[in-house]
Design a protein around this ligand. Structure first.
Ligand SMILES: Nc1ncnc2c1ncn2[C@@H]1O[C@H](COP(=O)(O)OP(=O)(O)OP(=O)(O)O)[C@@H](O)[C@H]1O
Ligand SMILES: [Mg+2]
Length: 218
């Protein structure tokens, strides 16, 4: 991640952006569960072969594909009103996003760094439920949800890191990803003292399945 300033000096206007660069070779994709890609349409082509062979060209294409996927996911979720950084543009393997943080360039903390008091904890839980409900209504789950991929800025929860946004219905492992996302956040909220009957994974899963038009066991 890089911090960028875009300025119109003549008008005295400037704003900060977060630049996320997908690097080939170093990115998690190479050792990551291929399950994310299931249910995505891939063409047999020269590009596909290069990606399979992991040539330089292929690796750059993979990095670019993840940038494309994250830009598309953020655009979709932003349009649906979900709390995600506004996606400004994508150029090659780089995404420019709304910077979540202060005007002086201090980034918002990740949820995992916080020790919220009782009221704040309940409030963040409520926001988390609302955000996951919004995703579920569109048929999605984050796919890598945890207290590391949630930022808190001015008391507001923001979902980040969405290249692997999972289609709960279309992806054969969709239900498993949804369950994992639910477990991960419930475990964190419980570890911070939210009562078990509030941060209840079965209850949240049931709610999200309903919102996605599925029922458990379906
Ligand atoms: N829009 C943003 N505004 C401010 N900070 C951000 C923004 N997006 C990401 N960050 C910061 O950069 C970190 C990495 O971003 P992100 O999780 O999207 O990338 P990543 O490649 O998955 O990295 P990691 O493996 O650490 O999760 C985040 O934990 C967060 O602290
Ligand atoms: Mg992350």
């Amino acid at each position: 991640m890089f911090l960028l300033e875009r300025a119109l000096p003549a008008a005295g206007r400037a704003f900060l952006m977060a630049a996320k660069r997908y690097r080939d070779g170093a990115h998690r994709l190479f050792h990551r569960d291929a399950g994310y890609l299931e249910g995505r349409r891939v063409r047999a082509s020269r590009e596909m072969r290069a990606m399979r062979r992991r040539s330089d060209f292929g690796r750059n294409l993979i990095a670019q594909q993840w940038a494309v996927a994250e830009f598309a996911a953020l655009s979709r979720l932003w349009a649906a009103g979900a709390p995600v950084p506004y996606p400004i543009q994508r150029v090659g393997t780089e995404l420019l996003l709304e910077f979540i943080g202060d005007a002086d360039g201090e980034a918002a903390p990740r949820l995992v760094q916080l020790r919220p008091g009782r009221r704040e904890l309940h409030d963040l839980w409520r926001q988390l439920v609302d955000a996951t409900v919004l995703l579920a209504r569109g048929g999605y789950t984050h796919g890598d949800l945890s207290a590391y991929n949630l930022l808190v800025h001015g008391g507001e929860l923001v979902l980040i890191d969405l290249p692997q946004l999972v289609d709960v219905v279309g992806n054969p492992q969709g239900l498993a990803f949804l369950q994992r996302d639910v477990q991960a956040v419930c475990a964190w909220f419980r570890s911070r003292g939210l009562p078990d009957d509030v941060a209840d994974p079965d209850g949240l899963l049931e709610l999200l399945l309903g919102e996605a038009g599925l029922r458990s066991g379906a």
